[in-house]
Design a binder for this molecule. Sequence first.
Ligand code: FMN
Length: 501
Amino acid sequence: MTVKASRGKTTFRDLRDFLQAVEGKGELKQVKGANWEVEMGSIVELIYREGQGTRPAVLFDETPGYPKGFRNLFGTLGSTWRIAKALGLNEDEVQPMQLHENWYKKSREIKGIPPRMVTTGPVMENVLTGKQIDVLKFPVPRFHELDKARYFGTQHGVIQRDPDTGWVNVGTYRVMVVNQNTLALHAVPGKHGNLLMYEKYFARKKPMPIAIAVGMDPVLWYLSCQTDVPWGVSEFDAGGFIKGEPLEVIKGQFTGLPLPATAEVVVEGEVVPGEWVDEGPFGEWHGYYANRGLLTVPEPVIHVKAIYHRTNPIFTCSMPAVPPHTFTLFLSVADSVAIRRRLENFGIPGIKGVWSHYTGSGGLFNVISIQQMYSGHAKKVGVIASQYPAEQGAYTVVVEDDIDPSNLEQVLWSMVTRCRLDRQVEIITGCHTNNVNTAIPLSEKRSSGKATPLTAARIVVDACRDIAWKEDWYPIARISPELRATLVEKWKGVLSETGVV
Ligand SMILES: Cc1cc2nc3c(=O)[nH]c(=O)nc-3n(C[C@H](O)[C@H](O)[C@H](O)COP(=O)(O)O)c2cc1C
C-alpha cells in the first residue's frame, strides 16, 4: 500500500515501498550470485568509490548458501534524490545546499507523533524462538577483508529504553555476530546507547532489554544515525512527524520494547551486566581499522531471545570504507543541519549554510558560511562548531556567505585568500575523542582505559575578511549578479549548452 502523497510528508509506507520508487527512478542496481563473504561489500565499495554518475542502491539476491529471495540491500540513502524522497523533501531540489536548506527548515518543525501500537505486522510473518534462533539464517556479510567476524547490524536500529524515564532510543551502533544466538554491541562513549543507557542498567546490575531492527523504514533509519535527535526525544516520535502519520510498532514479547511492525528483520534480546566479548576489528566510516587497529576490544554481549522476519527479507547493510561510501552523503545532510542548529541554540546569528564534507573526509572537515555581523563573529562560530564532531580531531572552516560551503574549490579559494594565517587559525587542544581516532598511535590507545581518556585537537580556520577594514576589502574579479543576469538572458543558448544554466 502506498500512502497518499501530500506536501512535506513521505509518500511510501515502508522500505519495500521506498525501494519500488527507487527502482522506478532508475536508481536500483540488482546483482545476483555474489557471496556474503567479502564479495558483496567489496562490489559496493568499488561502485561507490570508483563508479561514475549517481550511486545506486544495490540489491543482492541468489546468494550462495541462501534461499533465493533472501536479499541484501546497500546504499538505501546513497543519492541526493533518495535522501529527499526519504525525508519528504522537494525531489526537484537536490543540490547539496538545497537539501541542507530544505531539511533544516523541515527538521526545525518536528513535533513528535507517538507510534501506534498494533498487535501484529509484516515482521511477524516468521517467528523464531528457542532452538530455531539463528542470526545467520540471513546472508549476513563479512564486509572487509580484515574484519574478523560477520556483522549483523550495519544498517539497523538498536532499540533501548531508559530505565529511569521509559524513553525509548533508536540508534545505529554496529552489531557483530558472535554465534547463532549471540551478538556484540559497539556503541562508543557519549552515544545514547552506551554510557547514557546501558551503563545505567549495568550500575544497577540489571539486564538490559534490547531489540535490533534491520530493514526499517528509511525515515527511522535516518533518524537513528543522526545526533540531532536529543536525549529524551524518541526517534519513533520524530519519525511519525516526518512520515505524517504514526509509525506502527508491536510490543516485544520478551522485552516489552516497541518493535517496528514493517521492519524486515527484528531481534529481541538481553544484555547481561558483566558479560563481555571480543569485538572487531571492523573497517570504519573514515576508512581505517582504527578502534584499536587489528586488536579486538571487549564489548557487551547480546543474548538473542527471538527473531522475527518478513518472508523473503531484505537485509539492509552499510559498507564503511575509504570515503566516499554508502552513507557519506546522507550524513553530510544530517550533520550539517545538526551543526547549524547547535550554533543557533547558542544564539549566534547570521548562519547561512553548513556543509559537513563526509564525501572526502568522513565528516571531519566542516564548513560554515556566515553573514559577518561583528568582529570576532567568524571565530566564535568556528570555535563552537569545532566541538561538534565528537569522535576525532577535525577541521572547521568559516567562510563568508558568497562562498558555497559544499563547494571545496570555493572553500579553498576563501581559505587561501581571506585567512591571515598568523591570526585566523586556532588549534584547540585537549578536546574529546575516542579509540576510533586514526592520528593517535596504537600504543597510546592500548594504555588508555576509561580512567585516562584520549583527547585530540581541533583546527578552526577563520577564512573571512576582517570586517574592521571592510571599506578597503579588495574588489573581487568576478562578474556582478546584474551582468550575469543580462548575459544569461542574451546568451541563453551558449550558456545552457555549456551547462552554466
Ligand atoms: C552506518 C552507520 C554505522 C554507525 N555505527 C556506529 C557504531 O558502531 N557505534 C557508534 O557509537 N556509533 C555509530 N554510528 C553513529 C551513530 O549512529 C550516531 O552517532 C547516532 O546519532 C547515535 O544515536 P544517539 O545519538 O541516539 O546515540 C553509526 C552511524 C552510521 C550511519
